[in-house]
Design a protein around this ligand. Sequence first.
Ligand code: N01
Length: 554
Amino acid sequence: MTADTQDLVHYDAVVIGAGFAGIYMLYKLRRLGLSAKVYETGDDVGGTWYWNRYPGARCDVESLEYCYSFDPELAQEWEWTERYPAQPEILRYAQHVAERYDLYQDIQFNTKVTRAAFDDRTGRWLVSSAAAIDHIDHNHAPAGATTDLVAADYLICAVGCLSSSNVPDISGIDTFAGEVCHTGRYPKEGIDFAGKRVGVIGTGSSGIQAIPVIAETAEHLTVFQRTPQYAIPARNHPLDPKEQAQVKAEYRRLREKNKAQQGALGARFDWNEGSVLDVEATEAFKEFDARWEIGGFAFLGAYGDIARNPEANHVAADFVKAKIRETVTDPEVAERLIPTTYIGCKRLVLDTDYFATYNRDNVALVDISENTIAEITSRGLCTADGTEHDLDVIVFATGYDAMTGSLLRIDVCGRGGLSLAEQWHAGPRTYLGLSVPGFPNMFTITGPGSPSVLANMIVCIEQHVDWIGDCISYMRAKGHRHIEASEEAAEAWVDHVNLVASYTLYPTCNSWYLGANIPGKTRVFMPLPGFPPYAEKCDQVAAAGYEGFQLISS
Ligand code: N01
């Protein structure tokens, strides 16, 4: 970057992304009296909940827990309508927050940050941005279309863990005559499936939510499944105002209790510590049945060793397999839907009528685990055995280049021109998931190495934003100009994350937690299991004068 940086507009902080992390960060920076600019690719706030407009999109964390807690008045005034919030309601909530705290004025929409480089000469970040183009894979900004260059003391990446959509490179995709979309980049105007032959590729959380809804209107739906998934009924329902009032009467206590849970959620359910192996199978099945009726992640709280012990995991998995066989009337289809991985090893999915959807006459399941998709033609999709599936619409529910994709698609360069891609060539290396060695004054909200996707994202976001805010205040009070994680601290942190993960069954399957869904991506377990010890560690680091960081005053 050769611009004369003295002439550039300067902000104390630039924030990338106006999702839940970005807008709370902006609020926090304002409260600290700092100038800030937020860049956002979409044309409104909401982040992942702005883009994920696919039919059936709904959060798998309960509404009363999937919201901010930083302002008790906000928490009391917002009324949720359902147990689990649907995408439009979450988006309205994000918009409400942005309006309530007058945040819109500092957010530049329809703008993609293309490059962020630390300028060794001035000790500031130089941030380039361009007009965003709307495209199925719009993570790629148009080359050379830089429209804006600003300078900032702090670069705060609030880019989201699941924002960089993964569209598989299937030959012929551009020749398809029908409509194509990705669930994470779903068109605002929606898609009318009535009278159409629809193909859905992918059976993760997004596919499993979309499939039953699309099946209701499509003439025919073909589901292309590479790996079967475990799903537990969500048991969504309208929220009883009395129940909501009761929860809100003790809201602070509930939110604090949540923070003491491993996943920072579900404080209203019992999370048993006991082993499923200490009880008779009939008793275990009774407990699982009760939790199946409650719905949601309460299922995983039945016993403490499901996520850790293979034998214990089998008991829980067998229960769900029995439910699938009970629900799906065609035994051959049921067997194709039975997962072979450990339950919970990939993120457990909460569903509404997913397995029952395969009993409909207009729904077919195609196993593409071995008979892979060979090509997409103008008429549809062709599998390796030569079978042609004629389609009018193809929905990619193929997930994300998770946790690192959104950051690496920006050309981020630290001290001495070190690129983030180089720094992370063997997998993401952060200290606390908050900071990267070689990248002074850059913070990553819910970055790799923090609990993030293994916990309630909103709780994780608030904890990170509060920590970053405190850190900046500390630096200003002490006259420090730069903060940077040390190589040793990051090294030790990556080892710690891997060690903690190794006590669980998470690393045993090909999940996006490991980057296994993206061809060529280095396989490293990225999130850290366990919110409470993590938050405690962050507090300890701060209390010890930001141990593991180098603080530089000039
Ligand atoms: O993505 P996924 P998602 N050819 O990666 C398949 C959160 N979320 O968007 O398992 C064929 O889970 C892939 O197959 P396989 C939540 O954290 C939350 O569904 O890799 N198939 C898989 O079946 C979730 O975990 C909510 O073998 C291909 C599917 O596509 C995360 O987002 C709702 C393929 C992708 O599943 C991601 O969920 C939605 C290929 N080349 C999402 N590539 C809620 O809150 C991938 N697949 C409820």
